[in-house]
Structures are given as C-alpha cells and as structure tokens.
Design a protein around this ligand. Structure first.
Ligand code: AHR
Length: 670
C-alpha cells in the first residue's frame, strides 16, 4: 500500500501520540540523593573531537529566510508572487471603477530576457486619494532611533509624478518615520533614501503615496534596517545571526532540508538562480507554504535575497564550514517523488561541479568569476558537499553513484555527504546504510525526530557503529513532545534535557560521529509551519529555546580529544537517569565533563580523575528546572539557561552534586 505524505503524517502523528504519552524522565520512589562513583581517564585515546562536531542546519521553513534572517521588510517587493499583488493593499482603490479620486496599480508581465518579469504600473489620478500599502511579513518591526534604507526602481511613463513618499505607519495610521524620492527619468533608475524611525513598533506597515499625477512604473520596492549583521547593506537580521554566531558552529548546512528537493522537480532549489544580482534571482514559491493543512502559509515565497553567496559568506563570518546540500534528481519522496531519468541527470551533476567551482574556483573560471563579481575573489574553501536530502531506495543509490563518480574524478578532495533517508531505522535506513557502506561512502546523514524518551533511551546508539565504516552526520534531530511536526510540540525542558542526555552519546562516539545539528533552526512566532524549533523570533525580538541552550553548552565546550568516563567500568548511558561524557581541550588545557541527570533525584558525584593530575579550580555550568514543561519565551528568554557555579577537586577527586533534571558541565584546568 502506498501512503501519501499526509497519510504518513497522520500515521506518525497518531503513533507519536500513543508513544509519547506519559513519558517522563525516570522517577524513583525515593527522593534521597544517589551516590555515584565515576572515573575519568586522562590517558589519550587518540580520538579527536572534529571541529565540525556541533553545527547549524538552516532551512527556509517557518519564515526563516524571507521574513526572518533576510532583513528585507517588504513582502513581494518585485510583484512576482503567483498572485502578484500579494502583500500589497490599495485602501482607496476599487478595481471595478475608474478610481478618478485615487488611482490603481496594475501588474505588468512582460516576456523577454531575464528572470523576474513583473513590475507595477501605478496610475495616479488624484494624488490626494491614492495610497499603496505593504503589510510586510506579518507586519514590520521598526525601532525607535534606528535608520532604515528605502530603495525603489522607477521609470516615469506619463504625466508628472514628482515625488514618491514612503511612510512607516502603525495600526492607527500614525507616521513613525518617512522619506521621499523624486523620480526624474523615464528610464528605469534606482532611487535610494535613508530615514529614521521615531517609535518602536512590531507590526508596522509601509504606506506609499505620490505627489503629482500620471503613470509611473515601480519595481524592487525595498526597505531594510541599516543595522544589519556586520552592517552589510541589504543584509541579514543582526539579532538572529548573533544567536547563530554565539553557537560557535562548526559548520553551516544549507539550504535544507526538503526545500532542496522541492515538491516537484520544477520547484526544486536551484542554487544558480540564487546568485548574482538580487533583482535577477528568480523567485520561487516556498515548498512549506501549504504543506501542512493545519498551518497554511500561502504567502510564503523565496526571494533568494539570502542565496548561496550569502550562505557561504555567513559560514565564513561564523568560522563554520559551509555544507551545501544539493538535490539529486528526485523530488521530495513524501510528495511527488518525481525522478529525473538517468540519461537526463547530466545538468544536475553539472550543478554540483559548478557549485564547487563557484565556491573554490580560481577567478578565471566561469563560476569563480561570478563569485569574484559578487565581491569575494578569494575562494570560500568549501570542503563538503551533500548529495540528496531525505532520499531513499535504489533510485537514490543509482543517482548518488553518478554524482560521486563525477565529483571525485574532478575534485577528489571534496568530502561527499550521502543520506540514509528520513527515519533512523527501518527498511529505507537499513538499505541506504548497507549500500553506502559497500560503496565506502564518507559521511552518511541520519535524521531523527523522535519522542523525548527515545533520546534518553538511545544514548548508546552509536556505540555499536563500525569504527571503520562511513562517518555519521546526525544532520537533523529534535525531540518531539507530542508527535513528529505536531503543532502542539513544545520546546520544553523535557525535550532539551533528553537531547542533552542523548548528546553524551554523540560525544562519546566522536570517532564515528563527525557532524551534528538540531533541526529546524528558526521559527517566526506568527508565520511558522513546523515545531519544535531551536530559535523563535518575531519582527523585533528573538530567543533561544532550552534546546538552543543545550546545543550552545555543547558547542561552546566541544573539547578537542575524547576521554573515557565510566562507572564500575561501564559507559554512563542512563542508569538511574545519569549520562556522562568527557573530553579534554588541548587549547585551553581543560578537562570538560558533561553530566545529565534526568531522574527526579539529585545525585552525589564522586569523579576520580585517573591517569594524570588536575588543578582544584573547577567552573560549573548548570542548567535545570523542576518543571519539565517549562519553556523560554519572549517575556522570559533566559528562563532556562546555564548558571555558573563552582565545585572542588580534592586529591584528584571531583565532588559535586548534580541536582535532579539538570545538565551540568564541569571544566577543570589541567
Ligand atoms: O526540518 C524539517 C524537515 O524535516 C526537513 O526539511 C526535512 O529534511 C525533514 O523531514
């Protein structure tokens, strides 16, 4: 029986509802502290923690790019959406009248060279009456005293429109800031102006009016805050990038996720259409717009203002390895699963080869030249490329082989990431791994969206993985408190604590696990499709969830070399709710011990440090809450976040109490 994505989702939702019910971290009858005697061995195991161990998965889902990271405030700035007036309102116009007291905007759709074929023709019949409003992405966030850059392409056609006035207004039509430009040409010309906003408002709109009457053509109507990440013009939202940068990410995976594949092949992500002049980047409907009937977002498109160049630049800014994932001629198998015939795969493979040239090629190569023209003559030094997202079955393997052959023959140094499908077990997974292993694949991507209990019970997942086989990229994972992608899922403390417990297993298996990332990354509070998500934002503010804080505790304390930590000679993988892993950091000369207590009892730790000596100076970071349902929020963004404390080492024994339902990191100088 074939199941559609929706049927599959319902099945998963229902089974998730059953399996997630009443699952809570271990609780014991007695609440008295447990005594635990652990041993950390400082002897070098010869296993490095890869610098890529903790990274970021970015996908344009939940308004993460347009309406999120990409700071453009005008929605549908070039009138290219399928319904080309989406986002725009003319309160005083009626398309069934001549609008003699106002005017009207018509969308002109021309054919010809280039990609974006639409622009707006505004006929102003009475400049006292005509108003054009853009609603932004669920409003626009503006800040008191901040500067904003307005720009527009315009060409006068007839009459004499002397001014285009832009005002930022609140819901009562109060003007919070304004500026104007004076069009002076009947050819296309870009006009720019900067202005200040006098009051903070989360749901502002842009109001455009005119002085003079006549016809004028408009395109690329744009408004950006000046205060972007690194002050780049038309750049990225600073607070959001800061949250990412604070993670000290080892890599940035982009642009997804299912968005890579597209619901149909025609709507797959094509990186070449996302580079070069912003005006020429061909807009595409976002595949998440109507994926979930319970969270429709029909106005969700990709402007690609955040395109592949910007992703590479962002990776560079954060010191993260760029990890692009490309489609492999298979549309999302949860949707249509359209396949490119094998004898027509050439252009897809060429896209991968050209991407490597775009990222790393000399400026005298065609794609290296494109990169240089965009302002980055130096190579981006890309080392990894992913082929396929959540593909499965023989159709994936046969296509993957073609990519692998082509990439390795031209660029043997590039490390290829392959995929094992959407689930962490089962037929698709087993088949994918078996095939990829036979092919000596380098890194295999695994995805798991599972109940919190699964994370607590699978801290030993990688203990049995072949040390000589492909390495693992835990490329998408997150504890689902209700069921996969249920709108009721919460980023609560139970989910984060369970992930923290599981991650001790990732760290302990650093010999096999080389890259990991939580997913999805971001969600707009008014425009999301999928939950849970690591970072939530609205038009003004953002915060990291407890899951973000867990990721950050790991990624800012990654260490460089694995150490062995045991209790009675055994791995510490959840007995009485205790989990632990240990590393040393060659750069800071520290021993770093991560301990998670998911039980309702506090545990008295006595950790013997064998095989070397340490100082008695210990820094402790502890994050915890009695309330497993607790969440961070815009009002209390740091409610669940690590607090610093101290502990002591006496005669090479660390004595510490780890309270119930907490995650602690002990840093001991060596
Ligand atoms: O993270 C959300 C989605 O989950 C990704 O796009 C996809 O790869 C997975 O199914």
């Amino acid at each position: 029986m074939k199941l559609s994505f929706k049927q599959l989702l319902v099945l998963v939702l229902v089974s998730g509802l059953i399996s997630c019910k009443d699952q809570k971290p271990d609780s014991s009858e007695s609440k008295s502290a447990l005594e635990r005697n652990l041993v950390v061995d400082l002897t070098d195991m010869g296993i490095e923690i890869q610098p890529t161990m903790y990274g970021i998965f970015f996908e344009d889902i939940n308004f993460a790019a347009d309406g999120g990271l990409y700071a453009e405030m005008i929605k549908n700035r070039s009138f290219e959406f399928t319904l080309p007036k989406t986002g725009w309102v003319e309160p005083n116009s009626d398309r069934h009248s001549y609008n003699n007291e106002s005017g009207i905007l018509s969308v002109i759709k021309y054919s010809g060279e280039g990609t974006n074929h639409n622009f707006a023709r505004v006929e102003v019949k009475n400049d006292e009456g005509y108003v054009l409003i853009n609603e932004g992405f669920r409003g626009m966030g503006v800040k008191e005293g901040a500067q904003y850059d307005f720009s527009v392409n315009a060409a006068k056609r007839s009459g004499d429109i002397q001014k285009i006035k832009l005002q930022v207004i609140d819901s009562l039509d109060n003007v919070l800031g304004e500026t104007s430009i004076s069009p002076d040409s009947d050819s296309w010309k870009t006009y720019e102006s900067t202005f200040e906003v006098s009051k903070t408002e989360m749901k502002a709109k842009v109001k455009i009016t005119f002085e003079g009457e006549g016809e004028i053509d408009l395109d690329m109507i744009s408004l950006f805050p000046q205060d972007t990440w690194k002050g780049r013009k038309k750049g990225l939202r600073k607070d959001l990038v800061q949250l990412l940068d604070d993670l000290n990410p080892g890599f940035l995976r982009f642009p997804g996720g299912c968005i890579v594949e597209g619901r149909t092949l025609a709507r797959r992500y094509q990186w070449k259409k996302t580079v070069g002049d912003i005006e020429d980047r061909e807009i595409l409907v976002n595949r998440w717009n109507t994926e979930f009937a319970h969270r429709p977002t029909p106005d969700y498109y990709q402007s690609f203002g955040l395109g592949f160049f910007e992703y590479f630049q962002l990776s560079e800014d954060m010191g993260a390895e760029p990890l692009p994932i490309l489609g492999c001629g298979i549309a999302c198998q949860f949707n249509t699963g359209e396949l490119v015939p094998m004898d027509e795969l050439g252009p897809y493979v060429q896209d991968a080869l050209d991407l490597i040239e775009f990222a790393n090629g000399d400026t005298n190569t065609p794609w290296g030249q494109v990169r240089a023209d965009m302002g980055h003559p130096e190579p981006f030094n890309m080392k990894y490329i992913g082929i396929g997202n959540e593909q499965w079955g023989p159709v994936y393997i046969e296509r993957y082989k073609v990519f692998e052959q082509a990439i390795k023959s031209k660029y043997p140094e590039i490390i290829i990431v392959s995929g094992s499908g959407p689930f962490p077990e089962g037929d698709y997974f087993e088949y994918g791994w078996e095939q990829l292993k036979q092919m000596n694949a380098e890194i295999v991507d695994e995805h798991y969206y599972k109940p919190p209990e699964w994370f607590r019970e699978n801290a030993d997942r990688y203990d049995s993985y072949d040390r000589n086989g492909p390495k693992v990229f835990a490329g998408e994972y997150a504890a689902q408190t209700v069921a996969i992608a249920s709108p009721e899922n919460k980023n609560n403390w139970e989910s984060a604590l369970s992930e923290a417990a599981f991650m001790t297993g990732l760290e302990r298996n650093a010999e096999v696990v080389h890259l990991t990332s939580y997913a999805p990354l971001m969600a707009h509070a008014d425009g999301w499709q999928w939950t849970p998500d690591m970072i939530w934002f609205n038009n003004l503010e953002s915060f990291g969830t407890p899951n973000y804080q867990v990721q950050k505790m790991y990624s800012t304390n990654p260490g460089t070399d694995l150490l062995k930590i045991t209790e009675d000679g055994d791995k510490i993988i959840g007995k009485d709710g205790l989990y632990a892993s240990a590393v040393k950091d060659e750069n800071t000369n520290e021993l770093i011990i991560k301990v998670v207590n998911t039980s309702e009892q506090s545990q008295n730790l006595s950790v013997e440090i064998a095989g070397g000596s340490v100082n008695d100076n210990v820094t402790v970071l502890t994050m915890g809450m009695d309330d497993l349902e607790a969440e961070n929020s815009f009002e209390e963004p740091m409610k669940i976040s690590p607090k610093e404390g101290t502990a002591s080492v006496n005669g090479n024994v660390l004595e510490a109490e780890i309270p119930s339902m907490t995650f602690s990191i002990y840093k001991i100088s060596m």
